[in-house]
Design a protein around this ligand. Structure first.
Ligand code: PEP
Ligand code: MN
Length: 344
């Protein structure tokens, strides 16, 4: 539910309304506008249905949200969310996230080399996995905390915010010490305990679409994070499973306008995991921006044939620089900008 308060309500009236709603066993989220205050009310459906919200003095209108996701919906928040991820980089509302880096953190030197290249090309967020969700238990599983330390050091040296995957609720506190943004991978999109755990933190979360998740499933997963009090969720399309093995997954670009119509959350596209093919990544990146995406997530490696994971889909730094150059032109047509990462 959204409750709209009478114009010019005083702080005392708003406090009274909030306390009354809490006494009903419901949670509130207050947005104070210049003229009006709006309170989002969330809680168990039955409780919500029977709560006499209209009867509270000062309430002008009670508007139900019919979608199963509430805080994530456009009804709840008509304006686009803009997520500040640090170092001057904002995602959404016309600012594009240019996330780039290797699939896995393999060592300090190689990460620094790749990071320097991608930053020079225009990337504003550095990625790298320290905990890798591999299909085979015999594949490289990531450097763990040593990898997180390297990522943090390189991010600080180049003054770039960093993003890395967290796979387990028990890792959240540890990863939180090193990263600027949590990544929830496709395989964990419906790990509800993990979603609830990152929802308790204040860090932005890059939530990747599960490989057979619908747009509503994705928004329901975002809702878990938002309901915990963490409002900084960035959605990510990374391809879904299909019958056609000519690409690694099937990039569903229609989700960009579709999810952005339903939700105020920013959405970025990962053409690397979606296609698995360096020859398709440039055109799909441009198409993503034209479709309204708030950025792209691209794997880059200076020596793909030696990469410890996802080498075949990595772009070379030079190829990445070309994509960014073309993206700037497409972004300009849509009045979008690529913010530069810099120190405070
Ligand atoms: C990754 O970003 O390296 C990754 C494993 O992505 P996904 O969860 O989309 O497969
Ligand atoms: Mn990868």
């Amino acid at each position: 539910m959204i409750i709209v308060l009478k114009p010019n309500s005083t702080v005392e009236q708003i406090d009274h309304i909030v306390t009354t709603i809490h006494e009903m066993g419901l949670k509130t989220d207050v947005s104070r506008g210049i003229k009006r205050t709006i309170i989002g009310v969330i809680g168990e459906e039955d409780l919500l249905r029977n709560a006499p919200l209209q009867a509270i003095p000062g309430v002008e209108e009670v508007v139900p949200i019919l979608k199963p996701y509430k805080l994530a919906s456009r009804e709840y928040q008509p304006d686009d969310s803009v997520i500040d991820v640090g170092r001057g980089v904002k995602v959404g509302g016309g600012s594009l996230a240019m996330i780039a880096g290797p699939c896995a953190i393999e060592g300090r030197e190689i990460l620094l080399e790749i990071a320097k290249h991608v930053k020079a090309a225009g990337a504003n967020i550095l990625r790298g996995g320290a905990y890798k969700p591999r299909t085979s238990p015999y594949s490289f599983q990531g450097l763990g905390e040593d990898g997180l330390k390297i990522l943090r050091e390189v991010g600080d040296e180049l003054e770039m915010p960093v993003v890395t995957e967290v796979m387990d609720p028990r890792q959240v506190a540890l990863v939180d010490r090193y990263t600027d943004i949590f990544q929830i991978g496709a395989r964990n999109m419906q790990n509800f305990n993990l979603l609830a755990e990152v929802g308790q933190t204040k860090r932005p979360v890059l939530l990747k679409r599960g490989m057979s998740a619908t747009v509503v499933d994705l928004l329901m997963s975002a809702e878990y994070i938002l309901a915990g009090g963490n409002k900084r969720v960035i959605l990510c399309e990374r391809g879904i499973r299909s019958f056609d093995s000519s690409t690694r997954n099937l990039l569903d670009l229609s989700i960009v306008p579709s999810a952005k119509g339903l939700s105020h959350l920013p959405l970025i596209v990962d053409p690397s995991h979606a296609t698995g093919r360096p020859d398709l990544i440039p055109s799909m990146s441009l198409a993503a921006v034209a479709a309204g995406a708030d950025g792209v997530h691209i794997e880059v490696h200076s020596c793909p044939e030696r990469a410890m994971s996802d080498g075949p889909q990595a772009l070379l730094p030079k190829q990445y620089a070309e994509v960014v150059e073309q993206m700037r032109q497409v972004a300009g047509l849509f009045h979008k900008t690529i913010p530069v990462a810099h120190g405070k």
